[in-house]
Design a protein around this ligand. Structure first.
Ligand code: ATP
Length: 240
């Protein structure tokens, strides 16, 4: 287990206007590790991610990133400090090629083309299928491959912390396993990953840390190896 805490969210409160959706959520992500954030539909997972990335205003609690409180730092400044967010649904440019999509993902780094090409090659090492299809339009790929492209595009920004909202959404079970395996392989690059998932079994299998949110509150949190499936189920259904 790594000791470097990248992200520490404590007693987060956030919502939409006057509507408070997240009441008390705490999450930790360490470098080289995966934290999985679980919970039923509408529990407040996406809203939590939106507050972490600066898209929703934090009304109480704290978001600490790389040792600093960033609760009121604007979203774009969080991106330039190495926070990369892949939102729900695959936000790729369908008519552009896979390679063009990746290059666009690296645009914000301001690096020269040669350096960007090097980073693209690293993405092809991680996701071989993207390299094989690099000159094809993104629309020609399957759902799982498009998800890998969305992740590859986010990685092009050279993040320290990668935040993924339901990458398995809409994918067939066998493809979910493949996408989660690829996400697991990213740990070796040393980045920290915060993963929101619906697929409890497969996501907990790749997690270092697990947090369950129910009605806007963290009801269970701890190292994946110490948390049982029964505890997760109880937390989901409010009987923990
Ligand atoms: P899901 O798995 O369905 O995405 P979630 O745990 O990510 O669930 P959120 O998307 O964070 O849940 O939604 C939590 C609550 O906030 C829900 O009741 C939802 O209706 C509400 N909500 C989400 N987006 C908005 C919005 N833009 N304006 C107002 N309320 C919203």
């Amino acid at each position: 287990m790594s000791d470097e805490v990248l992200l520490q969210v404590e007693n987060l409160q956030t919502g939409y206007g006057d509507l408070q959706v997240v009441r008390d959520v705490s999450v930790t992500v360490r470098a080289g590790e995966i934290t999985v954030l679980l919970g039923r539909n509408g529990a407040g997972k996406t809203t939590t991610l939106r507050a972490i990335t600066g898209l929703n205003r934090v009304t109480a609690g704290e978001v600490r990133y790389l040792g600093e409180t960033i609760t009121s730092v604007p979203s774009h400044a969080r991106v330039s400090r190495g926070m990369s967010y892949v939102q729900e649904g695959k936000r790729i440019f369908r008519e552009l090629t896979i390679e063009q999509n990746l290059l666009l993902g690296g645009f914000s780094t301001g690096e020269r083309k040669k350096k960007l090409q090097q980073h693209v090659a690293e993405i092809y090492d991680l996701f071989a299928i993207l390299g094989e299809k690099r000159h094809l339009p993104a629309s020609s790929m399957s759902g799982g491959q498009q998800q890998m492209l969305a992740i590859g595009q986010a990685l092009m920004a050279r993040p320290k912390l990668l935040i993924l909202d339901e990458p398995s959404q809409g994918l067939a079970p066998v493809v979910v396993k493949e996408v989660l395996e690829r996400i697991h392989a990213l740990k070796a690059t040393g980045i920290g990953i915060l993963l929101v998932e619906q697929d409890v079994q497969d996501s907990v299998a790749i997690a270092d840390e697990v947090s369950v949110v129910e009605m806007g509150r963290t009801v269970l949190t701890g190292p994946a190896e110490e948390i049982t499936f029964g505890q997760i189920q109880a937390a989901y259904f409010g009987t923990a």
